[in-house]
Design a protein around this ligand. Structure first.
Ligand SMILES: [Zn+2]
Ligand SMILES: [Zn+2]
Length: 153
């Protein structure tokens, strides 16, 4: 697993969807680093690249109507019903599960480092992310992560 503890911090971040109908306020614990997933579900959902950072459930306040899609037994993926912007992925079987917030909604997250890529063997040819971060294949990821704790699909 990628050790994210060094990127944990308290603080405030504000994000919004493209049209502004949904705002996401993070005030509290979050990880100031981004992870990318190239699994086919994330590709289809995001349209190309799934890149998120984690925020504690009790730190997240959402305003505006949110569309929800249950992408598996344990996960939901949300979006703005007006503009279609993707908002977050979350394990809904655990009340305290972190939000995995789409980084592009938050201007400040543009300065976060990329620390992890998973499902690299499913990445499309047109996506190649530079840097010296953790890269794991589907088999490697699934062999060490249970779906209960993991972040896919
Ligand atoms: Zn919107
Ligand atoms: Zn994925």
């Amino acid at each position: 697993m990628t050790d994210l503890t060094r990127y944990e911090r308290q603080g405030r971040l504000q994000g919004r969807c493209l049209c502004g109908a949904v705002t996401i306020d993070v005030d509290g614990g979050h990880v100031a680093a981004v992870g990318a997933c190239h699994c086919y579900i994330c590709q289809q959902w995001s349209g190309a690249l799934y890149a998120t950072f984690d925020a504690k459930a009790d730190a997240v306040t959402v305003t505006g109507e949110v569309g929800r899609y249950r992408s598996s037994e344990h996960a939901e993926r949300t979006f703005c019903p007006t503009c279609g912007a993707h908002l977050w992925y979350r394990n809904v079987t655990r009340e305290a599960a972190d939000y995995e917030l789409m980084a592009g909604l938050f201007r400040e997250a543009a300065g976060f480092p990329l620390v992890s890529e998973i499902y690299v063997d499913q990445a499309p040819d047109y996506v190649s992310l530079a840097g010296d971060h953790s890269r794991r294949t589907a088999a490697d990821y699934e062999s060490r992560t249970t779906f209960v704790e993991g972040d896919d699909p």
